[in-house]
Unconditional design. Structure first.
Length: 277
């Protein structure tokens, strides 16, 4: 669907802001699903994972990438200013949280000390500083793909990025689950890496084996790659890009790549929990 050149920047920023919060909320739900005790509701600006500062830092950078990607995909050119505008509400929110954390003073009349740990402050500060660079990476890739597939996007009526508008009615809800599944595998991969490094430091101790953590790392990263490939295939069958097949076959392949295959990969999570513990 063609967009007026004056409306395109507005749409790009709006979609960028929406994508940022969409991925942010979905990744949090995914992590809470696999590790319920990781979430600290007091520091909501941080969405703190308690003592898992580095993991939160990685997720902060991960959710910025799709925001920049969507802005570039919509604009079909690299506009860093609009990309920064798209992630600025989220970064401003984090800056307010950082300021609150640094000026927080413990009140002995309060039973629980809710001060943010130093590690949390450091990694959150790094996340704010590095987020624009990750956004630019997403912006460059998105603009390149937008320029490449722009004619395909414009050639489909009542569509957004090649997908008919009515599909977004269910993709909005199911997409959350898709991001949650991906975030679970990312989380398990990061936890497994931490376990491997801890075991390497104790490698010469008795009865210490890193075989299972390494195997768990492989089974967490490889399904994530397969999951991304599955979503890519699902987009092809959903948009009909370069397809000349019957509707029934297209529906069957879409069902396979967007529902069945991700469900099989999700079931592997229980195996991963056994391997990393």
């Amino acid at each position: 669907m063609r967009i007026n050149k004056f409306l395109r920047p507005i749409c790009a920023v709006f979609l960028g802001v929406f994508t940022y919060y969409y991925f942010n909320n979905a990744t949090i739900r995914g992590v809470i699903g696999v590790s319920p005790d990781s979430y600290d509701s007091y520091w909501t600006p941080f969405y703190s994972f308690k003592d898992k500062y580095f993991i939160r830092f990685i997720f902060d950078l991960v959710i910025v990438f799709p925001s920049g990607f969507i802005v570039g995909l919509c604009l079909r050119k690299k506009n860093i200013i609009l990309g920064l505008l798209a992630i600025s509400p989220g970064l401003l929110f984090k800056c307010v949280g950082l300021y609150s954390a640094f000026i927080y003073t413990f009140d002995p009349l309060i039973v629980e000390n809710n001060a943010a740990a130093l590690g949390n402050k450091i990694f959150q500060s790094l996340g704010v500083l590095l987020s624009p660079f990750v956004m630019i990476l997403g912006l460059v890739i998105g603009s390149s793909m937008g320029d490449k597939f722009g004619q395909f996007f414009d050639g489909k009526k009542y569509s957004c990025f090649g997908i008919k508008w009515y599909h977004y009615l269910w993709l909005y809800f199911y997409g959350t689950l898709m991001v949650m599944v991906a975030s679970i595998f990312i989380y398990i991969s990061l936890v497994t890496i931490k376990i491997i490094f801890n075991d390497l430091r104790r490698l010469y101790d008795q009865d210490v084996s890193i075989f299972w953590p390494i195997l768990g790392l492989f089974f967490s990263i490889y399904p994530l790659v397969l999951l991304c490939q599955s979503y890519g295939k699902a987009y092809i069958y959903l948009s009909g890009y370069n397809l000349n097949i019957t509707i029934s076959k297209r529906f069957g392949m879409l069902l396979l790549y967007i529902f069945i295959f991700p469900a099989l990969l999700t079931s592997a999570r229980y195996l991963l929990e056994i391997l990393i513990h």
